[in-house]
Ligand binder design. Structure first.
Ligand SMILES: [Ca+2]
Length: 271
């Protein structure tokens, strides 16, 4: 897939010859058996404003989501393209024409973005926030332990013990098995779903709770009356236990802070 390019929301028809079938299939939203991408295949999209974004193919599949009593089988019936990296300041500036207040370099993940802000970015770019299930599936990339990739958080992410309490350029730690970076730590990532209890038992293509609850962490601070959206992966200031594949927390949709960022997905319905 290297060298394939998607422009203006569509796979480019001038992609390299070997990708022509795939390009047509994905553009039509109907992947062909022979042309379906493989886990970890990479495509590059051009964002409004000219910046590019690398996306990694996550194939349809079933995995065990959550941990302990929350663990339950989840089936995702459609593959999707997941951002290889957290959305950077440069990408935000390209799409939105501004950057939130932060002095970091442009290859750092954008921070000070609320869930509402991320919705605006995604609408403009023809992308979406991942569902919580998509996020954990892509984070695990087939792994079952608390951390993907090497299984060692120091290899995989920036968190309280190694970050020097700041963000770091994206992609500077070890990727997971599908080649996705910084799912553990660096910035905590907004997901599409309302925060709420998991449904009991096996589920297919879950879209999250029908309305938002205050997460257990937020309850400590009085919760939020407007309901909360899911945040995943922990951040540069998080404990190791807050950076696991299954750790979840919620926050109000209008809250922006210096550890809140996101990554985007492109679903086949958006091709
Ligand atoms: Ca992250």
């Amino acid at each position: 897939m290297k060298g394939t390019e998607m422009k203006n929301g569509r796979m480019s028809r001038v992609a390299v010859a070997g990708c022509m079938l795939l390009a047509a299939a994905v553009a039509a939203g109907v992947p062909e058996a022979s042309g379906e991408p493989k886990a970890g295949d990479v495509a590059t999209i051009t964002l409004p404003g000219g910046a590019t974004m690398e996306m990694v193919w996550c194939p349809a599949g079933t995995f065990l989501m959550g941990s302990g009593y929350d663990k339950h089988p989840v089936t995702l019936t459609k593959g999707f393209w997941m951002g290889k990296y957290e959305v950077t300041k440069a990408q935000w500036k390209s799409v939105m024409g501004n950057t939130p207040p932060d002095l970091r370099e442009e290859n750092h993940p954008v921070v000070w973005v609320s869930w509402d802000d991320c919705q605006q970015f995604c609408r403009k770019a023809g992308l979406s926030l991942p569902t919580e299930a998509q996020w954990e599936y892509a984070c695990r990339a087939g792994s079952r332990g608390p951390y993907a990739g090497t299984g060692n958080l120091d290899d995989m992410g920036w968190y309280l013990d190694n970050s020097r309490v700041q963000t770091h350029p994206v992609g500077t730690k070890h990727p997971n098995a599908w080649g996705i970076y910084d799912m553990h730590g660096n910035v905590s990532e907004w997901c599409e779903d309302w925060y709420g209890r998991y449904p009991g038992g096996a589920v297919t293509d879950p879209q999250g709770s029908p309305s938002g609850e205050a997460s257990s962490v937020e309850w400590l601070f009085g919760g939020s009356s407007e309901g909360e959206r899911v945040l995943r992966g922990g951040a540069w200031g998080s404990l190791s236990t807050q950076c696991t594949s299954d750790f979840r927390v919620g926050d109000s949709t209008s809250h922006a802070f210096n550890y809140l960022g996101f990554r985007a997905v492109r679903n086949l319905s958006e091709e």
